[in-house]
Write a protein that binds this ligand. Structure first.
Ligand SMILES: [Zn+2]
Ligand SMILES: [Zn+2]
Length: 143
């Protein structure tokens, strides 16, 4: 199964194959600022599952407080589509802003990170494991 993610203006498109290794939510400060949403939804695919990238994807190197890495956003409309970070929980994987797939067949998130920073009205899926912060030893992967 080929899945296609795209930015708001549709100029940037990335194709991935198969199912993601992880589907997670995060309510940290960085995710709020990256997305403009109360909680981010991320899916992680193995690098080999990423088949094609097209459009004016531009790298943004993350700040020194985070593990080394970069996010890629559309130079035209600004949507962040994906990121990679060294020292993240899933080496050899690329993180994707899951909402940009607009795909109801993506797996339900199984973990919600940084719930202590979530909005007081936030609601999470019933079987989702809730973590007040990031689980011990996991650098912030989702920004
Ligand atoms: Zn765009
Ligand atoms: Zn986050």
């Amino acid at each position: 199964m080929i899945r296609t993610t795209m930015c708001l203006c549709r100029e940037c498109r990335i194709e991935v194959e198969g199912d993601p290794a992880a589907s997670a939510l995060c309510s940290c400060d960085n995710c709020k600022r990256r997305t403009g949403a109360a909680t981010s939804w991320s899916v992680y695919f193995r690098d080999e599952q990423v088949l094609k990238r097209e459009g004016p994807l531009t790298a943004f190197a993350r700040d020194p407080g985070l593990p080394p890495g970069a996010s890629w956003f559309c130079a035209t409309c600004g949507s962040t589509l994906c990121w990679k970070g060294e020292g993240g929980p899933l080496p050899g994987h690329t993180g994707f802003a899951a909402g940009c797939f607009n795909d109801p067949t993506l797996p339900v998130p199984t973990a919600a990170m940084n719930c202590a920073q979530a909005m007081p009205w936030a609601v999470f899926p019933p079987d989702c494991a809730l973590f007040a912060q990031l689980p011990a030893g996991v650098p912030d992967p989702l920004s």
